[in-house]
Design a binder for this molecule. Structure first.
Ligand code: DC
Length: 233
């Protein structure tokens, strides 16, 4: 029997750019939970690999990335202004850089490396050991926390997702085209679903949320209904 004071793990998995982070962040703020953006961790490793020359012309040298792993230290620090944690790589703020198109283009390859996943999954399990976390990613409900009390699988139409990512990047001043963003969204979906280790798939006990045409408020109402049922069961 659970109650409002008993903290649970909320696993949010799904396709890229469906607003998982926005949704997870809003839930964490509402419940007083810790929000963990696991995609930021894969992006952080990718950024470091790019900076250290383990990725050249978009080609990922897997052995070189694995060799770098012991020296990549990823940490999060809460940023009150954003209401979320910023990611740091070896003590250096990396939040802006990890969202660049260069990192987006290589992150699927980096996240398909077994050793990278092993390191990051262990870190994620450690971060959620006290429960009271909202974790978003691709394999949270299936691999990281198969025992999560609430699993949500998020999806939205590719075109809608590309439009969202385009707006986000152009607002930051990045020079990108809709075509390249849509291509990136589609190719990442494919790579995430087809990779050999921990492919993106819906956990059997996950509930699906298609938010193509839903506001954040509507998503929150949808969530709270399910959350209340679980904690009051
Ligand atoms: O959520 P995002 O787009 O920031 O994630 C970046 C990449 O990291 C994405 O291509 C898939 C990968 N990823 C993963 O393999 N497993 C996770 N738990 C989170 C992200």
């Amino acid at each position: 029997m659970k109650n409002q004071t008993q903290k649970i793990v909320i696993a949010i998995d799904g396709f890229s750019s469906c607003g998982k982070s926005t949704f997870a962040k809003a839930i964490a703020a509402r419940l007083g939970y810790i929000f963990i953006d696991t995609g930021a961790m894969y992006r952080a490793v990718t950024l470091y690999a790019l900076e250290q020359g383990a990725i050249l012309d978009g080609k990922v040298d897997e052995a070189a990335v694995v060799a770098l792993l012991p020296e990549v230290n990823i940490s999060f620090r809460f940023n009150a202004e954003r209401g979320a944690s910023d990611v740091y790589v070896n003590g250096e703020l990396a939040e802006g850089k990890i969202r660049s198109i260069e990192v987006s283009n290589c992150v699927s390859s980096v996240s398909s490396i077994r050793e990278v996943r092993e390191k990051l999954v262990a870190m994620q399990q450690q971060m959620g050991r006290e429960r009271g976390v909202v974790m978003d990613g691709r394999d949270i409900g299936t691999v990281v926390f198969p025992d999560a009390e609430l699993k949500i699988f998020m999806t939205a139409e590719p075109k809608v997702r590309a439009e969202r990512r385009y707006a986000e990047l152009t607002a930051k001043g990045d020079k990108v085209t809709m075509e390249e963003i849509l291509e990136n969204v589609i190719s990442r979906d494919k790579a995430d679903m087809e990779r050999a280790i921990s492919p993106l798939r819906q956990a059997e006990d996950a509930v699906v949320l298609d938010n193509s045409y839903m506001t954040v408020e509507e998503q929150m109402a949808w969530f709270m209904e399910r959350y209340e049922k679980i904690v009051n069961a």
